[in-house]
Design a protein around this ligand. Sequence first.
Ligand SMILES: O=CCCC(=O)O
Length: 477
Amino acid sequence: MYPNANLFISGRWRPAQGGEVGPVFNPATEEEIGTFAIASIGDLEEAVSAASSSFAGWRALGPLERSGILRKASALVRERAGAIATIMTAEQGKPLAEAEREVLNSADIVEWFAEEGRRTYGRVIPARTPNVVQTVFREPLGVVAGFSPWNFPIAQAARKIGAALSAGCPIILKGPEDTPSCCAEFVRAFADAGVPAGVVSLVFGVPNDISDFLIAHPAIRKISFTGSTAVGKMLAAKAGAQMKRCTMELGGHAPAIVCDDADFDRAVKTLAMAKFRNAGQVCIAPTRFLVQRGVYDRFLDAFIESAKSIRVGDGSNETTTMGPLAHGRRMEAMEELVADGTRTGGEIHLGGKRVGNKGHFFAPTVISGLGKEARLMNEEPFGPLALFAPFTEIEEVIEEANRLPYGLATYAFTGSSSAAHKLSSGIETGMMTINHHGMSLPELPHGGVKDSGYGSEGGAEALEGYMTFKFVTHAMT
Ligand SMILES: O=CCCC(=O)O
């Protein structure tokens, strides 16, 4: 039974003031399975007013008590993981096991922020003159507007809610309209754990209307957005005009570099898993497979074999290892990108087309020989497309990695510490994982450079984004 997604405002679950709703579809069947409430301006006004009123109390509660409430929320999420994962699979499509891992990972994220929020210390700076005390206090910024995406409908909400609340900031989260109910169930854990009214609000609606209203509102002090670079730039511009702090976790086009001396089997296994998890709808997914010439043909063949073993299907079926794309817009995007790729000389080794004629299923796809002008070599595919190209020298692959304006994640496999050092120092990237998949854990920084955004959604760096400093110098009398 799919629960329709309501708004959560002033500590109450309720429909939108005007009763307006939008449809939610199951991407595996294309059937309408429920609805989400569309917030009106009146709803948003109430959410901002409740959040503003809650700020002083939440801040005054202090890190220890806030931590206790967050730990309780995290425990509730763990207890409810099975039920929440079932909803996620129904509305987002990912296989049940992946959905459950995401829910548990989200509980970890909240728990980690609960702990780290207890360590938001200031500092004392020795003064140049006697009887002067110079102190730097770290204070919560105020009410946050968070915008979380449909690809990880809970994990990305967890990063924003966890960081904001542990820092002492109330948050109004605009959840993903394509996958609203699992996000609502996640927020329910905070409500049930005793987060005071107004400290967390959840809204859905017309994204542009919501961002226009929230970003312009004087009570909102910080924006945290995860999504495409195009939308991120738009929101950052609006926020910039209002002098508001932002964390922007945007698109990527990750290079996956495999050198001749890499641990071959490990590289194939790790990169195939990273490419096709969540049907490639992952901001840090490896996209450009840049493989050194000595192992290029063998690696391409082995990767194709690995991709062939993927079982595409309804995520609620236990044997499925890759679900559908989350909505029809992604299917159209895949078809257009592949058509452009073949027009510009790309060779399709595997997939390249939809699977079946019902549901948004797109085959795991491997393409090589794309020119640098191909859209695929420049635009984030956000789907199960792996693009292969050979390289000879390390310097050449660094240049190719840096060619695009993106700089989110980079993967590298090499047995040489000197090559690893050249790659990690030469590539403009927010995150780099060498010889394994080592990103996305709660304690690690998570963010990019260049058009991939700024700020961090993970680690101690994330908390910085929700705090400001106040310097006080005091001459004792
Ligand atoms: O899509 C971006 C997030 C990826 C992750 O948390 O692993």
